[in-house]
Design a protein around this ligand. Structure first.
Ligand SMILES: Cc1cc2nc3c(=O)[nH]c(=O)nc-3n(C[C@H](O)[C@H](O)[C@H](O)COP(=O)(O)OP(=O)(O)OC[C@H]3O[C@@H](n4cnc5c(N)ncnc54)[C@H](O)[C@@H]3O)c2cc1C
Length: 382
C-alpha cells in the first residue's frame, strides 16, 4: 500500500486535515487510519462541544474566531445545521486577582476582535437574576461567537472528504533519512507514505514514540455530568465558569456540568471510569451556592473522556517535527481541540500543499517550543 499522506486518527482533527486537503485541491492519495470508527473513546465524541473566544493567547482567539465562522457556514457548505447555540461563556471572578486576570484577558481578546463584555456584580445580577452575585468582583460574558454546537455533526461534515479510510491501528513507523517512510498496521500491512499526520488525540505521545519522537502530552481524565433541575432557571443561559472551576451550561432542557479536578494525574489508556465523587464533593455544592435553582437537581447520566494534556503549556502542538520533517503533529489540545479543528485542519493542509501557512500563521504553536522548552502558556483552560 502507498499514500501521499497518511493520517493516524480519524476523529475531528484527522478528518479536518483530510477535508481541508481536498478543499485546497490536493489530488494526491490520502489514507486515514482509525482503529475505532465508532469513536466510542475518542475525545471528539465525549466532549462538551463548546467554542469560546475567551482565551488568554491571541492566537487561540483567532483560531476560535475562524472556528465559529466555519461552524456557521456548515449549512451552506454541507447542508448540515450544527445547532450552534451562541449563548456565550460567562467567566466569574470573586477576588481582586481574579478580576485583574479577567481584565487582562479582556484586553487581549478585544484586540483580537472578540466580542466580550465585562460586567460588575450589579450588571451581572440584572442580566442573570438566578445567580448569587454577592461575592462576585467581575464577570466576563461573550456576546457573540461563543457557545456550543453539534460535535458529531461537524465530524460528519469533515468525513465527507473523499479519502481511503482503513479500520486499523498504527503500530509502528519506519523512519529513514529524517523522514517517515512507512506506517505499520496491526493487520500486518505497511503503507509507504509521503507525509504522516499524528492526529491520535490522547494517544499522541505513543504514536510520536513510534518515530522515536517525544511530545509532552498526557491523558487526563475529565468527567461530564448531565442533570435535571426541579426548578430550572429560565432565559438564554450561557456556559458559566464559576470561580471554583465548576462549569455548567444548558443542554436542551437539562444541564451539563463538570470541573477541573484538583487532583489531576495522568491516567492509563483504558481508564474511562467516571469520577462520580467530583459531582458530590465539588460540583453540586458549588452550583447550589451559586443558584437556588441548582439546589434540587437530579443526576441523569455521566461519562468520562480523556484530555490530551500538554504539560508544557496547555496549548496545541501543530506542525512538522524539525528533524523528521514529514511527521506533522496536531496534538495536545488540552480540552479545546474540538473548536480548533477547523483552523488546525486548514493550517496543516496548507503546510502539506504549499509548504507554508497561508491564512493563519500557526508557527507559534510549532514543535520548536518543545525543543527549546519555551512555553506559550494558555491561561484559560477549563
Ligand atoms: C470531557 C471532555 C470535554 C471536552 N470539551 C471540549 C469543549 O467543550 N470544546 C472543545 O473545543 N474541546 C473539548 N474537548 C477537547 C476535544 O474533545 C479534543 O481536543 C478533540 O476532540 C481532539 O480531537 P482529536 O481528533 O485530536 O482526538 P480524538 O477525538 O481523541 O481522536 C483520536 C483518534 O485517534 C484514534 N487513534 C489513536 N491511536 C491510534 C492508532 N495507533 N491507530 C489508529 N487510530 C488511532 C482514536 O481511536 C481516536 O478516534 C473536551 C474533551 C473531553 C475529554
Amino acid at each position: 500500500m502507498k499514500a501521499d499522506v497518511v493520517i493516524c486518527g480519524g476523529a475531528i482533527i484527522g478528518s479536518a486535515v483530510a477535508w481541508f486537503l481536498r478543499d485546497l485541491g490536493f489530488d494526491g492519495s490520502i489514507t486515514v487510519v482509525e482503529r475505532d470508527p465508532g469513536f466510542a473513546q475518542a475525545s471528539t465524541a465525549l466532549s462538551a462541544s463548546g467554542i469560546r473566544q475567551q482565551f488568554s493567547d491571541p492566537l487561540n482567539v483567532a483560531i476560535s474566531r475562524f472556528g465559529v465562522e466555519f461552524i456557521k457556514g456548515a449549512k451552506a457548505r454541507w447542508g448540515l445545521d450544527l445547532g450552534l447555540r451562541e449563548n456565550g461563556y460567562l467567566y466569574l471572578a470573586n477576588t481582586a486577582e481574579g478580576a485583574a486576570t479577567l481584565r487582562a484577558n479582556h484586553r487581549v481578546q478585544s484586540a483580537a476582535g472578540a466580542d466580550i463584555a465585562l460586567l460588575d456584580a450589579p450588571a451581572l445580577a440584572t442580566r442573570f437574576p438566578h445567580l448569587e452575585t454577592g461575592d462576585i468582583t467581575l464577570a466576563a460574558l461573550g456576546l457573540s461567537g461563543e457557545g456550543w454546537f453539534d460535535n458529531m455533526g461537524l465530524l460528519q461534515g469533515f468525513r465527507r472528504a473523499e479519502v481511503t479510510r482503513l479500520r486499523d491501528t498504527v503500530t509502528g513507523l519506519q523512519v529513514a533519512g529524517g523522514k517517515v517512510t512507512g506506517v505499520r498496521l496491526a493487520s500486518g500491512a505497511t503503507i509507504a507514505c509521503g507525509a504522516f499526520v499524528n492526529a491520535a488525540g490522547p494517544a499522541a505521545a505513543d504514536v510520536a514514540r513510534m518515530a522515536g519522537l517525544h511530545i509532552p502530552v498526557e491523558r487526563r481524565k475529565r468527567t461530564n455530568f448531565l442533570f435535571d433541575s426541579a426548578e430550572p432557571p429560565t432565559g438564554d443561559l450561557p456556559l458559566m465558569i464559576d470561580p471554583t472551576g465548576v462549569w455548567v451550561r444548558p443542554e436542551g432542557r437539562q444541564f451539563l456540568t463538570g470541573c477541573t479536578p484538583p487532583d489531576d494525574p495522568a491516567v492509563a489508556p483504558e481508564d474511562f471510569e467516571p469520577r462520580y465523587q467530583e459531582f458530590e464533593d465539588i460540583i453540586w455544592p458549588a452550583l447550589a451556592a451559586r443558584s437556588k435553582h441548582f439546589e434540587a437537581i437530579r443526576l441523569q447520566r455521566f461519562w468520562a473522556g480523556q484530555y490530551a494534556y500538554n504539560t508544557l503549556d496547555r496549548n496545541a502542538v501543530v506542525g512538522p517535527h524539525p528533524e523528521v520533517t514529514n511527521f506533522l503533529f496536531a496534538n495536545g489540545f488540552s480540552g479545546h481541540g474540538l473548536q480548533q479543528a477547523p483552523a488546525v485542519g486548514r493550517a496543516l493542509a496548507e503546510r502539506l500543499v504549499f509548504g507554508e501557512y497561508r491564512s493563519l500563521d500557526l508557527s507559534p504553536l510549532g514543535y520548536e517550543r518543545i525543543v527549546t522548552d519555551t512555553p506559550l502558556t494558555e491561561g484559560c483552560v477549563i
